[in-house]
Structures are given as C-alpha cells and as structure tokens.
Design a protein around this ligand. Structure first.
Ligand SMILES: Cc1cc2nc3c(=O)[nH]c(=O)nc-3n(C[C@H](O)[C@H](O)[C@H](O)COP(=O)(O)O)c2cc1C
Length: 170
C-alpha cells in the first residue's frame, strides 16, 4: 500500500513541515506530498473536478491530481486555522475528484487544543469522496509539544502514529 503524508499548510515558516517530516520518518515507505510545492491556484473551473475524471485544464491542478493519484492511502497533516482546516488544504481537496475516491485517509493534527476541530471538519469533507476514515488519529498539542518553535513529540506520539498506520493499512 502506497501511503502519502500530505502537508496542508503552505505558510512561510510553517510549523507543519516538522510534523510532516516526523511522520514520514516514522512510517516505512511513506512519501511526503507538500502542497506548497504545487502552487495550486484557487479553483475556478466551471465543471466540478469530480466530473472531470482526472483531466484538468490548469497545469498545477493536473500535477497535483497526478501526484495524489499515485497513492492508496493518505495521512493528512493539518494545523487548525480558525477552528477548521487551512483554506489552502480545502481548495486543494476541492480541486480533486477520482484521485481520492474510495481510498483511505488518516490524520495527524497540531494546534493549541490538538486541532481536533480541524480534523472533524476534514473528515466531513473527505466523506464526500466515499473515503474510509479509521478512528485513530494523532493530536499534537502545541502548548506542550512546540518548544522554542521546535516540534518535540510527547512520549506517547510514536505509539499513536503506529496505531494510525495499523488502522490505515489493515
Ligand atoms: C489563520 C490562522 C488561524 C489560526 N487559528 C487557530 C485555531 O483556531 N486554533 C489553534 O489551535 N491554533 C490556531 N492558529 C495557530 C496555529 O495553530 C499555529 O500558527 C500553527 O503553527 C499553524 O500551523 P502552520 O505553522 O503549519 O501553518 C491559527 C493560525 C493561523 C495562521
């Protein structure tokens, strides 16, 4: 099973890159897919991407779609922006269709309350792609696990991540 660790923050100096790298380093064979590298524009397509069967007019959207199509399962790494997911991540998901359809996804989130609300929103969004979304998730609390701007995972997080991988791959 090919697993992508998808980083949804495209901010300069984003904390999320540390979290995503930690996840990739601890999941055998996983690949980092960094949304920032795709320079994806806001979706303006007249036709909903779900109806376009992976063929898009916008080159950045095509590249993004082709990369996501390579994977069987995704671990979305997301921060919490105003109690939801980053707008860039929502736009990136809105820009996809068949690439996600019926696949599996799990979550690693980080925020001052663990970004649980963002993951709950993301689960609702991904349900529209008929995805399988196991219950396990990693919730990182920035009050304790961000020290001088560095990600310092709590002792239980390695086990939490393994549980996510187990549920995703079984
Ligand atoms: C637009 C915006 C909204 C935010 N809203 C929340 C929030 O609702 N809850 C929270 O815990 N942190 C919030 N934060 C703080 C983020 O958790 C923190 O900045 C984190 O580093 C963002 O992830 P990133 O650096 O990977 O983009 C917000 C940050 C931004 C930029």
């Amino acid at each position: 099973m090919k697993i992508a660790v998808v980083l949804g923050s495209i901010r300069d100096s984003r904390f999320g890159i540390q979290v995503a790298q930690w996840a990739v380093d601890n999941i055998e064979g996983a690949e980092l897919v960094d949304l920032k590298e795709f320079n994806l524009p806001l979706l303006t397509s007249a036709v909903p991407p779900m109806m376009l069967k992976g063929k898009y007019d916008v080159p950045e959207q095509q590249a993004w779609g082709e990369k996501m199509a390579e994977f069987d399962a995704f671990i979305f790494v997301t921060g919490e922006y105003n109690h939801s997911i980053p707008g860039a991540l929502k736009n990136a998901i809105d820009s996809l269709g068949v690439e996600l359809l019926g696949k599996k996804a799990s979550f690693v989130s980080y925020g001052f309350d663990g970004a649980i609300r963002a993951v709950d929103h993301l689960r609702i969004v991904l349900h529209n792609f008929s995805m399988s979304l196991p219950r396990a998730q990693v919730s990182i609390n920035l009050n304790h696990e961000m020290v001088d701007g560095k990600f310092v995972p709590a002792a239980h997080q390695a086990g939490a991540l393994q549980q996510v991988v187990e549920q995703l791959t079984k």
